[in-house]
Design a binder for this molecule. Structure first.
Ligand code: NAI
Ligand code: MG
Length: 333
């Protein structure tokens, strides 16, 4: 079994007298910056004051949260550890424009997803440490768990270690964000990047959304009320997943009815057939070969037109429309 790193295996000392620049105060940036600051780490924020010719709300938010906020270039110049938390598709261009000239020997380049190191959006010089410190969680849950005195699990990886201290710095950052309270694993950049992309595409985001959508559509097309279909195929997913999170699938099975459990064994494999695994293997190949990354970066360079169209179309899907109505009803109750 892989070794799980806990609080006792990590020390905050390597961050003492160091400045960490969190580049990008979005979902992860805000959560990680706040957690590190609460752990007495000296954190500054690098942001752009405007984005797409409009004031960037993240700039103001970082100021409101009491951070020293500066341009990305200034933050990269000032900091010892440059922790890039921009959307992955912008790491490459922003690095080239604002960070590259400030990344000097003795500094550490850090991120929460290995995408741009693995797919070469960023080519760091050999004399800097390159690490990854990543939560296995969305940002909101990460901050919530930290404030509750615990943390979410995390991953660390070391790509370049000319200082000989790269791992200690990664561990210190993981500790400062509470990841070592829950447990941290050390992996390679490739493992994190490939596993993360595969997981979000086939199970967590892509797979789950298509599964819920298919179930919702089948019921509605058969004449069942969309509200009922929503409760059944979308809303209840959380309740089921919470049980799995707490005690595994067996705990969930012990709480649902015997009828539901029998249906799981009897019908589940007829829905998620061996063909699904074949498709997953193909998705994994496309991730590992870089085919998925090339297509996504090309899409992003063209202004993410297809991404925006799909986002818009999903908002019009009856499942989302009825979901909005139901949630509004709950809020009023
Ligand atoms: P985000 O979408 O919240 O954006 C971060 C910030 O980047 C924004 O607040 C914005 O001010 C800035 N930004 C956006 N476009 C920019 C541009 N063109 N130029 C300069 N600045 C720009 O990012 P998110 O989702 O927090 O992801 C950050 C990193 O964390 C990524 O590497 C991602 O893979 C990783 N990650 C994200 C997780 C998540 O739950 N969202 C989970 C684990 C890792
Ligand atoms: Mg992920």
């Amino acid at each position: 079994m892989v070794k799980i790193i806990h609080d006792n295996d990590a020390d905050l000392a390597p961050l003492k007298d160091k400045t960490v620049a969190v580049i990008g105060y979005g979902n992860q940036g805000s959560a990680q910056a706040l957690c590190m600051r609460d752990s007495a780490v000296n954190v500054i924020v690098g942001e752009t004051e405007t984005l797409d010719d409009k004031p960037n709300p993240s700039w103001q938010r970082a100021l409101d949260d009491g951070f020293k906020v500066m341009s990305i270039s200034n933050a990269a110049k000032t900091a010892d550890i440059i922790h890039i938390l921009l959307p992955d598709e912008f790491h490459g261009p922003v690095y080239k424009k604002h960070i590259r000239k400030h990344i000097k020997a003795g500094k550490t380049l850090s991120c929460s997803h290995g995408f741009n190191i693995v797919f070469k959006g960023i080519l760091p010089p050999e004399d800097v440490d390159v690490i990854m410190v990543a939560p296995k969680s969305p940002a909101t849950e990460e901050r919530k768990a930290f404030l509750a005195g615990f943390g979410v699990p995390g991953l660390i990886a070391v790509r370049q270690n000319p200082s000989g201290k790269a791992k200690e710095i990664a561990l210190a950052m993981a500790k400062a964000m509470g990841f070592t309270r829950a447990g941290c694993l050390e992996c390679t950049f490739e493992q994190e990047t490939f596993e993360d992309l595969f997981g979000e595409q086939t199970v967590l985001c892509g797979g789950l959304v298509e599964l819920m959508k298919a179930g919702f559509e089948v019921l509605v097309e058969a004449g069942y009320p969309p509200e009922m279909a929503y409760f059944e195929c979308v809303h209840e997913v959380k309740l089921i997943v919470d049980l799995i999170y707490e005690g595994g699938i067996q705990k969930m099975n012990s709480i649902i009815s015997n009828t539901a459990e029998w249906g799981e064994y009897e019908v589940g494999p007829k829905i998620i057939t061996p063909k699904v695994k074949d498709a997953m293997r193909k998705a994994l190949k496309d991730v590992e070969s870089g085919k998925f990354a090339r297509k996504w970066l090309k899409e992003s360079r063209k202004g993410s037109v297809n991404l925006k169209a799909k986002r818009e179309a999903l908002g019009q899907h009856p499942m989302e429309v009825v979901g909005r109505q139901i949630r509004a009803m709950f809020e009023r109750a």
